[in-house]
Design a protein around this ligand. Structure first.
Ligand SMILES: NC(=O)c1ccc[n+]([C@@H]2O[C@H](COP(=O)([O-])OP(=O)(O)OC[C@H]3O[C@@H](n4cnc5c(N)ncnc54)[C@H](O)[C@@H]3O)[C@@H](O)[C@H]2O)c1
Length: 372
């Protein structure tokens, strides 16, 4: 008999792709999702992209009864439901803590009553804060940070304690977290809580730290999520992508298909249990380059990007993934290159209209002193 899988947040961007991946592999899939307005729009109905084979339970992960109902007959759980904006988490502090931390706690209480064969939790690269850096003498620095004074002066790159330039290098899982937003704090909390309670109740648990995930179905009207979706929403409205700092910050953009596949591997690989894994592409690009490439991909290369020289509280400069551990223990090998990924995104975008809420979001942050 095929195994039944529950995905919390399964109507969202990553969850819906994961559902497709699992259905293709012969699993039964149920989603528990509250269809939040910020992601799904007002009066949200079941998203049309969600496979009809997914059983959708509309409910909140903080609602213990809904969670218990959703767990009936389930063999394994992916916990993806979360509020997902770094900037927004710095002023909707109670909401982020409630959905992400308490939501996970409610789910874990239900799982403690009724353990499953596997729990996979979505964590995030944001927990690292700055990625790993190398000093000129070859040693690594794990705790690079930037002072507000430095940022106000437009000195964007982190420096060593001696004021020496540092070179960003791929970040492995062992780099200690440096939590610089309420969102990051909540993702670390989710990850630790799942691993801890999983161990206590013998629920084999795996945590996946996703890097910058992109692809079709990412909510374009949500100004707080993926940077590629935000740039795309601007371009669709004939507005320039808005880039903070100088645009030279580096990130790891990973296709949602590779992420969905990594999730499936985490369900099946015995050696994955009790581990955390970076799930990225293993490549890195500057944010400015990404903005220009998505511009070209959607045929709007004539719109110049705007580099605003501002800084958002909680933003980091460079972080990209070392994916060696996922390669070794999960057998993870990203397959979608950036050009192919952007082409697919552009094709999907051509059929979308996007409400561009970036100016509103920038204003929210500025009013609260969260940009300088
Ligand atoms: N997209 C990325 O780049 C990225 C990077 C790192 C980590 N993650 C993590 O991956 C997971 C999925 O992210 P996504 O990009 O698909 O986001 P998304 O917003 O598209 O999906 C999240 C889903 O969770 C649902 N949800 C929110 N609050 C809920 C609640 N209280 N109860 C039930 N459902 C609720 C939303 O309606 C939405 O469908 C999240 O945990 C996120 O933190 C995403």
């Amino acid at each position: 008999m095929s195994r039944s899988i529950l995905i919390t947040g399964g109507a969202g961007f990553i969850g819906s792709h994961l559902a497709d991946e699992l259905l293709r592999a012969g699993y039964k899939v149920r989603a528990l999702d509250s269809l939040t307005e910020q992601v799904h729009g007002t009066g949200a109905a079941r998203p049309s992209y969600l496979s009809p084979d997914v059983e959708l339970i509309v409910g909140d992960v903080r609602d213990a009864d809904a969670v218990r109902r959703a767990l009936r007959g389930i063999d394994a759980v992916y916990h993806l439901a979360a509020a997902v904006g770094v900037g927004q988490s710095m002023y909707e502090i109670a909401h982020y803590t409630d959905v992400n931390n308490r939501g996970t706690a409610v789910l874990l209480e239900a799982l403690a009553e009724r353990p499953v064969e596997r729990l996979v939790v979505a964590s995030s690269m944001s927990i690292y804060g700055e990625g790993l850096y190398r000093r000129s003498d070859g040693s690594v620095q794990t705790n690079a940070e930037r002072s507000i004074e430095q940022l106000k002066a437009g000195l964007w790159e982190p420096r060593s304690e001696d004021g020496e330039a540092l070179a960003p290098v791929a970040t492995p899982e062992w780099k200690p977290p440096c939590l610089s937003s309420v969102y990051a704090l909540s993702k670390f909390d989710q990850e630790r809580m799942c691993l801890m309670v999983g161990r206590a109740y013998e629920i084999p648990t795996v945590a996946l730290r996703f890097f910058n995930v992109y692809g079709p179905r990412q909510a374009l009207s949500n100004p707080y999520t993926g940077v590629l979706a935000i740039f795309a929403a601007r371009l669709l409205n004939d507005k320039p992508p808005l880039i903070f700092e100088d645009g030279e910050q580096q990130r790891d953009f990973v296709s949602v298909h590779d992420v969905a596949h990594a999730c499936q591997l985490a369900l099946e690989a015995g050696s994955a249990v009790d581990h955390v894994f970076n799930i990225g592409s293993g490549q890195h690009f500057t944010v400015k380059e990404i903005a220009q490439r998505i511009g070209r991909a959607v045929g709007k290369e004539y719109i110049d990007v705007v580099v605003n020289g501002k800084y958002r509280v909680g933003d980091i400069r460079n972080c990209f993934a070392d994916i060696t551990l996922a390669r070794d223990l999960l057998g993870y090998a990203p397959k979608v290159g950036l050009d192919d990924g952007l082409r697919e995104l552009a094709e999907w975008l051509a059929e979308q209209s996007a409400e561009d809420n970036v100016d509103k979001a920038s204003q929210e942050l500025a009013e609260r002193g969260l940009t300088v």
